[in-house]
Design a protein around this ligand. Structure first.
Ligand code: MTE
Ligand code: HPA
Ligand code: MOS
Length: 752
């Protein structure tokens, strides 16, 4: 009864895909991957691999029975390379053996007759060479060209934003099991079961109803399993069909880091114009996105960069253009924030430059320009119930940034070696898939005759707590204790055509569908209760496991009512569908209402830099965040804390490096430094009060991605401390702010 999913996790009993017991005769697969960033080949040599003890077979593109393509938005992604590889790590052959070790050793022995071709790794270089995923897109509001001449101050510059590795604890994994009817059951560690189902069907020429995808839970996804779990599930499926044996594929950390895509690096040029009062008048930016070698989700990510290009500010004249540039790196993919953090970073850099030129603290400019009801965003949407100012003011009252500034100034003038810095950062994040069609969900709820309840939705729990949120929503709706409800794995047999668990919409969409299903069941039960208790079905109250009629003493237990309903042949199951109302977006004009609502918040980040050694620490992060009416405060606080630390890692220590041939150098956690407990700052998190959100499920707001933006404050807080040492030097906007970068900026060579 008390074995909630959370307990399974903390007790270490929860089974992830790789923990599933293997059926007898399961084979293990490993991929042979390209050693070159760009090359053609005509012949694959598998002889050495086949001589490796334990190796059973090797498959190549020629063995694919269906179509050799797993692209989701664009069809530019072969499952196994055929004649051409476009990044180091590109899979071109699949090796099977009785053990994972033998398969891996076999994969290292496959080779091909490579003819190397020139490769491009930087977005700007790809753009110059015309190597684009699609033509550039522009979002515009007002008329920037007309107002530059009226601006009092104009700043411009260049920004470079680094990539990041997802480092989900559970590496990619899939187990495919052939069915007796020629179909497949695939356990896939994916955020997108239906995307995987479709791709498996595509490569195997099976109808989708013969392919079941099941996901119990993920050990983290962070976007890295939104599109890129598909490859592994398809490889395992291809093999399972060909060999008619269960097949598991489970790359180790190094292979996962080498082969899968990461957060998109961006380069940008910006220009910001202000009037004499510090009001933003015009903003122009050009964003170069490094998409890697295929489209994957890059164009959707690019679009979200455009949506969030002005962060939480109102700017009447805006023109932002973004280009998705094709390079010879593993295809970059979704990562918490989905392109928004990158364009928000560019905006925040522009504000820092303007503040320096005007000799004002950046927060003065930020506050003056925060978005309010009635303002228009660069895609034509006007925010309702905007909370940007409310969060900012609550941060101001609670954490006193102005006093903190003075303290820091006093400290810095007295301490030559350890300098402190401060930055504030707001966020405004649109909730909803920008592809309107994905904003739908279904839930299947069964009430069993003992009164226990099960639910299946499309929501995949990856540690963000969406299953617990769904359970709470249902418990509240049915008026029964949460322990009576079990949230099942996601299976494409039980609920079809599920949207990815992504865009922070998991609880909004699936939770609302589950609520609707509960309301349907409750409606039937109310009829039965009214017959038994007498009175109007509308007056039946469900609360604490008891069903009563308003203003009388009669009541029934939930269990009694359920068995009575069954005896009277009343349905105890419901399938409900929910589609977020009011969404539309015109891709020709780039205007519309793509989001159900926006999430707001503000953070203050404090840092210390050791001027002598060039090291920096993030000391404290204070946050006021808008969760609406929180569905689960502990979970929401955990999401904010995790997002902040993840953002700090991206901004300060996670430095992805390739050699000149496009080969990943930082392919282990020894060389790639993610934040640990010591890097996590003290955190004060305040949830905004009186924040009911009518468009959200039970007045809540989504939480998953937006707080990552607070982590960007780490860059600016470190930079603030550094500028107190070299106040007249040019600031650089190039993430991550590693100790190396801090040191070389603080102590330039003689000719710098
Ligand atoms: N939290 C944990 N613990 N693990 C994760 O993988 N993914 C993030 C966020 N929080 C993630 C997480 C991302 S990228 C998204 S889009 C949301 O959770 C997805 O879940 P939700 O829609 O239920 O919020
Ligand atoms: N966010 C996350 N994932 C997505 C989106 C989005 O807006 N659109 C398609 N996949
Ligand atoms: Mo999150 S990047 O939308 O999976």
């Amino acid at each position: 009864m008390n074995r909630t999913p959370v307990n399974l996790l903390v007790q270490g009993k929860a089974q992830f895909t790789g923990d599933l017991p293997l059926p007898a005769g399961t084979l293990h697969a490993a991929v042979a991957t390209s050693p070159h960033a760009h090359a053609t080949f005509t012949r694959i040599d598998t002889s050495a691999a086949l001589r490796e003890p334990g190796v059973v077979a090797v498959l190549t593109a020629a063995d694919i029975p269906g179509i050799n393509d797993i692209g989701n938005l664009f069809h530019d992604e072969p499952l196994l390379a055929h004649g051409r590889v476009e990044c180091v790590g590109h899979p071109y052959a699949l090796v099977f053996a009785g053990t994972a070790d033998a398969a891996w050793r076999g994969a290292q022995l496959v080779s091909a007759d490579w003819q190397q071709l020139p490769a491009i790794f930087e977005a700007r270089a790809a753009f110059a060479a015309g190597s684009l995923i699609q033509p550039p897109r522009t979002f515009a509001l007002g008329d920037v060209d007309a107002v530059w001449s009226a601006c009092h101050t104009i700043v411009s510059g260049q920004v470079d934003i680094g990539s990041a590795e997802h480092v989900y604890l559970e590496t990619q994994c899939a187990l495919a099991i052939p069915r007796d009817d020629g179909g497949l059951k695939v356990h896939s560690a994916t955020q997108s079961p239906s995307v995987v189902q479709k791709a498996v069907a595509h490569i195997s020429s099976l109808p989708m109803h013969r392919v079941e995808i099941e996901v119990a839970r993920l050990g983290g996804g962070f976007g890295g399993k939104e599109d890129q779990a598909t490859l592994w599930a398809c490889l395992a499926s291809l093999a399972a069909l060909k060999l008619q044996k269960p097949v598991r594929i489970w790359p180790d950390r190094r292979d996962d880091m080498r082969i899968t895509g990461k957060r998109h690096p961006y380069s940008a040029d910006y220009r910001l114009g202000l009037d004499a009062d510090g009001k933003f008048m015009a903003y122009e930016a050009f964003l170069y996105q490094n998409a890697g070698c295929s489209a994957d989700l890059s164009t959707a990510i690019l679009e979200r960069s455009l949506f969030h290009a002005t962060n939480a500010y109102f700017i009447p004249n805006v023109r932002v253009t973004a280009a998705s540039c094709r390079t010879h790196l593993p295809s970059n993919t979704a990562f918490r924030g989905f392109g928004a953090p990158q364009s928000i970073f560019v905006m925040e850099c522009a504000i820092r430059e303007a503040a320096r030129q005007l000799q004002q603290p950046p927060e003065a400019l930020q506050q003056r320009n925060l978005l309010q009801d009635g303002d228009t965003l660069p895609y034509g949407m006007s925010p309702q119930r905007a909370k940007a100012l409310a969060c900012w003011q609550a941060l101001d009252t609670r954490f006193q940034p102005a006093a903190k500034r003075q303290e820091i100034a006093a400290w810095n003038s007295a301490n030559p070696r350890f300098r402190k810095g401060l930055s504030l950062i707001p966020v405004c994040f649109g909730i909803g898939f920008t592809a309107t069609l994905l904003n739908q969900a279904e839930a299947l709820v069964h009430v069993y005759t003992d009164g226990s309840v099960s639910v299946t939705t499309g929501a995949v729990d990856m540690g963000q707590g969406v299953h617990e949120k769904i359970r709470r929503i249902m418990a509240q709706t049915l008026g029964i204790p949460g322990e009576r409800i079990h949230v099942e794995s996601t299976s494409t047999l039980r609920v079809a055509n599920v949207s990815p668990t992504a865009a922070s919409t998991g609880a909004d969409l699936n939770g609302e569908a589950a609520r609707q299903a509960c309301l349907t069941i409750r409606h039937g039960l109310s009829q039965v209760a009214a017959e038994i208790l007498g009175g109007d079905p509308e007056a039946i109250v469900f609360s604490d496991g008891w069903i009563s009629i308003a203003n009388t003493e009669f009541s029934l237990s939930w269990e009694t009512l359920v068995s009575e309903a069954y005896a009277r042949r009343t349905s105890l199951s419901a399938l409900a569908h929910y589609a977020t109302p009011g969404l539309h977006f015109n891709h020709d004009t780039n205007t519309g209402n793509p989001f159900a609502y926006h999430v707001y918040g503000a953070a203050m980040v404090e840092s210390t830099v050791d001027i002598l050694r060039g090291t920096g620490t993030i000391d404290r992060v204070s946050v006021v965040h808008d969760c609406g009416r929180s569905l689960d405060e502990m979970t929401d606080r955990g999401q904010i804390e995790g997002a902040v630390v993840q953002g700090i890692g991206w901004m300060t220590s996670e430095d992805i490096r390739h050699d000149a041939n496009g080969c990943l150098l930082t392919d282990t956690l020894a060389g790639y430094k993610i934040p640990d407990l010591h890097a996590a700052p003290l955190m004060d998190i305040v949830l905004l009060e009186d924040a009911d959100n009518p468009p959200g499920v039970l007045n809540s707001k989504a939480v998953g991605e937006p707080p990552l933006v607070y982590g960007l404050g780490a860059y600016f807080a470190l930079q603030d401390a550094m500028l107190s040492w070299r106040p007249d030097a040019l600031a650089e906007y190039h993430t991550p702010m590693t100790p190396e970068r801090i040191f070389t900026w603080l102590h330039p060579g003689k000719d710098a």
